[in-house]
Each structure stands twice: as structure tokens, then as C-alpha cells.
Design a protein around this ligand. Structure first.
Ligand SMILES: Cc1ncc(COP(=O)(O)O)c(C=O)c1O
Length: 359
């Protein structure tokens, strides 16, 4: 149970309305946050939802030095009848637990994870935008908060969940993304590394490649495997799918080096329902580049909670730019995107039991 001590000084209705009118992404946060503390002696305790506020961190707090930290990302959607829903939050709870185990952090029980989110979203329901494809982005995270210098798992850990309104990802229509094929940098080591964990270190490792992408006129990076730089893994914040002219929907298999995306998993189901033949397997970079050139690969898209499904317009290497489907989104990409959004925003029947009502 997360006890609610609501923010005594919430933003005024006018301030909130001004933010909700133009929320952007990751810039504004709701009035409250969820918190819980874990210590080796007391397990999880002090669960509460209270005013959004800065942390006081000791300069020797372990996370600042050894990056023992994990996070999650999911959204709350306001439906036409004003009810508020989450999409498959139990998958995020499961992944949060797996990330915790990999980072030697304590597992937050799934019921606490879900309860922290439900209590925060219910308390701050006025912050869930309505209309269009805007939503409330929810960011649960956990970090080592013991004051010590030394490399061992911390004995004091803070769990927190914040939330902030987010505008529709593509307010002016879907924009295909151009991706940079990184062969110099990898985001994650091979098996045994932490590529499958949602931990800050993986994102820190990706930033220099992201910078390289911008310098080459691309918005995102396609990462390859750590050992051979031969196999396609994922983008910096999204999983990747190929569609072929003969009706295959192909994505890299989960081998512990990429994030197990909730959207990726949902697309496997929706793709099957569209009659596509699913292949989860190793994909060689060469296969992708040749497939684009030969016309066998007709569509490529990236998927994740933030952008839902984002068509890939081109893949750029040091040598050449490989343009996919004339730089346009394709029919399967559009169809999968529409189906998923219709389920999330309550415009289509939730035949898979994916939606979770909050209030
Ligand atoms: C590295 C990475 N891969 C894939 C994803 C997509 O995961 P999901 O669909 O659960 O948002 C994300 C986003 O969370 C990510 O950061």
C-alpha cells in the first residue's frame, strides 16, 4: 500500500492547463511521485505517494559512482469516456524485476510496482492528457542510495516513480526515421553483459554513437552485437523489425543482449493476426542491406513505448545510404501502428486482455 500524502501546493488549474496544451516530452512532471525505501535490515518500507520534489543525495551516494540503477517506461492513456488505462503494466513489472536481479538490486514485488503506479496515476489523474494521442508517460526507477565508496551491492536503495504528460509522438503525421548503422560503438556487451536490463549504463554507452548519428544526418542508431559487429541488435531506445515481400515479419531473437520490449512482444501477436509469418532469429547486417537493395525487404520499423511504431526511412553506413520503401512508411507498418494505438486508446476491442484500468 502506498499511503497518499498529496502535494499541499499543486500547480493551479490554469498552470496545469497551459502545460497540458503543449506538454512536449520529458519536460513537465505531475504534482506527486511515489517513493519506497529498501534496506538490507528492513526490506521494502515507507511506501508513499507525496509531493514531487528533488532528492537530497550525499556526494558519496553509490549510484553516482557505480551506476547501480534501473528504470522502466510505460504510459497511461485517457479513453473517450475519461477512464484511464495502462498497457500491459505487468510486463514492465516483470522486466523491472529482471533488471533488478541483473544489477544486484532488490526486487520490488510486482504488486508494489503496480500499486505505486496506480496510486500515483489516480492521485494525479488530472495530469493525464485527453484527446489526440497524448498520454501520461510513467517513469519508475530504482537506485543504490547508500553512502559509501566501494564496489559491492548497496544496502540502501530508493524506489521512485514520476510521471509527466507527453504530446502525441507524431503530431503532424508519422515521420520515417533515418538510422545510423554503428560499427564503431556497441551499446551492450554480448551474452553475460547487461543488454537485456533497462539500466542507465546501457544508455550512457549509446550516447557517443547517437552523437555520431546526428553528425551523419540520422536521428537514431542501429546497434550491432558486441563480439562481431555482424548481427543486428536494436536501436538506442527501440526494437527493430523487418518485413519482406513474401510476408515475413522478422526481428532479432532475445539472447540476453537486447531489451525485451513490451511493444516488440505485442507486435509478435498483432503481426501473426495480420497473417505475417513471424521469425525471431539472428539477422546479419549484410542480409538487411542486401535485402533493401534487392527489394526483398519492403518495410523496416522500430518499436517502443515512446514512438509506438516508427517506420525506418533509411539505414546509413559509412559507405552508403540504403533507402527503404522510398523513404515512406509501408502498409504493414501503418496497419500495426493503427491497431496498437486503437487498442491503447480504447478505440478497438482489447481481445488480448492487455489493457489495465486505473480509474
Ligand atoms: C534499448 C531499448 N530497446 C527497446 C525498447 C522498447 O521497449 P518497450 O516496447 O517496452 O518500450 C526500449 C524502450 O523502453 C529501449 O530503451
Amino acid at each position: 500500500m502506498f499511503e497518499v500524502h498529496p502535494n499541499p501546493q499543486p500547480r493551479s488549474e490554469a498552470e496545469r492547463a497551459a502545460i497540458l496544451a503543449n506538454p512536449g516530452f520529458g519536460q513537465h512532471f505531475s504534482d506527486n511521485m511515489a517513493l519506497a525505501t529498501w534496506t538490507a535490515e528492513q526490506d521494502w518500507h515507507d511506501r508513499e505517494v507525496s509531493a514531487y520534489r528533488p532528492f537530497q543525495l550525499d556526494p558519496a551516494s553509490a549510484v553516482l559512482h557505480y551506476a547501480q540503477e534501473i528504470f522502466e517506461g510505460l504510459k497511461a492513456y485517457r479513453h473517450a469516456n475519461d477512464s484511464i488505462w495502462l498497457f500491459r503494466p505487468e510486463k514492465n513489472a516483470e522486466r523491472f524485476a529482471k533488471s533488478a536481479t541483473r544489477l544486484a538490486l532488490p526486487v520490488l514485488p510486482a504488486e508494489d510496482f503496480l500499486s505505486s503506479i496506480e496510486t500515483l496515476v489516480t492521485t494525479d489523474q488530472a495530469w493525464v492528457p485527453g484527446g489526440g494521442e497524448s498520454n501520461l508517460y510513467i517513469r519508475p526507477f530504482m537506485f543504490a542510495n547508500e553512502v559509501f565508496l566501494g564496489v559491492r551491492p548497496a544496502k540502501t536503495v530508493t524506489y521512485c516513480c514520476i510521471a509527466g504528460p507527453a504530446a502525441a509522438y507524431f503530431p503532424n503525421g508519422v515521420q520515417p526515421v533515418n538510422i545510423w548503422l554503428s560499427t564503431r560503438y556497441v551499446r551492450a556487451a554480448g551474452p553475460g553483459g547487461m543488454g537485456a536490463a533497462k539500466t542507465g549504463g546501457n544508455y550512457a554507452a549509446s550516447l557517443v554513437a547517437q552523437q555520431e548519428a546526428y553528425e551523419n544526418g540520422c536521428e537514431q542508431v542501429l546497434f550491432t552485437d558486441g563480439a562481431e559487429r555482424k548481427w543486428v541488435e536494436e536501436l538506442g531506445g527501440m526494437n527493430v523489425y523487418l518485413i519482406t515481400a513474401d510476408g515475413k515479419l522478422i526481428t532479432p531473437a532475445l539472447e540476453g543482449t537486447i531489451l525485451e520490449g513490451v511493444t516488440r512482444d505485442s507486435v509478435l501477436t498483432l503481426g501473426t493476426e495480420r497473417g505475417l509469418q513471424i521469425e525471431e532469429r539472428k539477422i546479419a547486417v549484410e542480409e538487411v542491406l542486401q535485402g533493401i537493395d534487392s527489394g526483398l525487404i519492403t518495410e523496416i520499423f522500430a518499436c517502443g513505448t515512446a514512438a509506438v511504431i516508427n517506420p525506418v526511412g533509411s539505414i546509413k553506413t559509412e559507405q552508403k545510404s540504403y533507402v527503404v520503401n522510398n523513404g515512406q512508411s509501408g502498409p504493414h507498418t501503418d496497419g500495426l501502428r493503427r491497431t496498437l494505438l486503437d487498442i491503447q486508446y480504447g478505440r478497438a476491442e482489447d481481445t488480448h486482455g492487455w489493457m489495465h484500468k486505473v480509474c
